[in-house]
Design a protein around this ligand. Structure first.
Ligand SMILES: NC(=O)c1ccc[n+]([C@@H]2O[C@H](COP(=O)([O-])OP(=O)(O)OC[C@H]3O[C@@H](n4cnc5c(N)ncnc54)[C@H](O)[C@@H]3O)[C@@H](O)[C@H]2O)c1
Length: 318
């Protein structure tokens, strides 16, 4: 028995967005059914960013992701988020693989949002607004294009050159929005920034909009006007993580939103134990903090593909 060593290119070659969407959807179903375990994320803060340890057990595999957010990394030509994941055999504890998790994070986050949009957005959604034009924006366009026949994508970034680069990359139907407000005038809006104050105001959002709030994944981060949360049907990926570090964490601490206002988890919606959207006029919000079950389920799929393909580097651990 040997441990597979899968670098970033190996992992990227084995990932397919449609497949990740399916795997992540199943992981949420398993978690809602009590067939997956996920202790809360552990955070370590350092002067230039933070680290997170994210363990989980899904059927067939146990693993832990070690990942960071360092916003100044772009100045050094490094991604702001990088990760590594150890995948173990639940029966023997043998480490099956050590793999890059930078790509896993990029794919599984966008796959989860597209699943949330699939369950919560209006079926006839045709326009997508992306606020923040970093790595996640590229992935969110990819995942949403698999679900919705998009006719127009509006992208906004505080750094105009980031939005311009995005539009050059996807020239067919993307336009640079002149403001977050313009991007928010879309059927589906994805907020993908590291903001610590609201970037989307309640008054800008039209009835019937679905929002994937993705950027807030640590205490103190926030992208939406709390009034917007209060007027929306709010679905979270995990109640404990969302209260601690998700989009609702700041409004909860400020007393502007109550835990009881959370309608459901995405797992409950996927499993059908709670209904999703009620009518075309409702605003729905998915609060994504990023779950370790998404990572470990995706890693298990990558491990299986790597074994099937063969030719990967490995090392012996016993
Ligand atoms: N929920 C999850 O599972 C999950 C997973 C990965 C990343 N994230 C979070 O999503 C966010 C984006 O991640 P990324 O990898 O795309 O980061 P990134 O650094 O590649 O891109 C972030 C972009 O947001 C822009 N931006 C910053 N403040 C803005 C504002 N107020 N308005 C508009 N644009 C603004 C930046 O200029 C940059 O282009 C981060 O906060 C990250 O921590 C969440």
């Amino acid at each position: 028995m040997s441990t597979l060593l899968l670098g970033r290119k190996d992992v990227a070659d084995l990932l397919d967005m449609g497949e990740v969407m399916w795997v992540v959807e199943q992981a949420f179903r398993d978690y809602a059914a009590g067939c997956a375990q996920m202790p809360a994320k552990v955070y370590i803060r350092v002067p230039k960013g933070d680290f997170r340890a994210m363990p989980a057990a899904v059927p067939h595999a146990v693993g832990v992701k070690w990942v960071n957010v360092h916003l100044s990394n772009h100045e050094r030509g490094l991604p702001s988020i990088m990760g590594v994941l150890i995948l173990s055999d639940p029966d023997t504890a043998y480490p099956l693989a050590i793999m890059d998790a930078t790509e896993i994070t990029a794919y599984r986050t966008a796959a989860t949002s597209a699943n949330a949009s699939r369950y919560l957005a209006r079926r006839e959604s045709r326009t997508l607004g992306l606020i923040g034009a970093g790595r996640q924006a590229y992935m969110h366009l990819q995942s949403h294009a698999l679900v919705f026949p998009l006719e127009r994508v509006r992208v906004y970034d505080v750094q105009p050159q980031a939005a311009e680069a995005f539009v050059r990359y996807f020239p067919q139907f993307c336009v640079k929005a002149s403001s977050a407000e313009e991007a928010a005038m879309s059927d589906i809006v994805c907020t993908l920034t590291p903001a610590t104050a609201p970037v989307v105001k309640s008054a800008w959002v039209r009835p019937g909009t679905h929002i994937d709030a993705v950027g807030a994944d640590a205490p103190g981060k926030q992208e939406l006007d709390p009034a917007l949360l209060c007027s929306a049907r709010v679905v979270v990926d995990d109640v404990t993580q969302a209260c601690h570090a998700g989009e609702i964490n700041v409004p909860l601490r400020q007393g502007l939103f109550q835990k009881e206002q959370i309608w459901a988890t995405l797992g409950e919606i996927i499993a059908g134990t709670k209904p999703g959207r009620r009518g075309d006029q409702e605003i729905t919000v998915f609060d994504s903090t990023g779950l370790a079950i998404e990572d470990v389920a995706t890693a298990w799929m990558i491990y299986q593909r790597a074994r099937e393909r063969g030719g990967c580097q490995s090392m012996d651990m016993v």
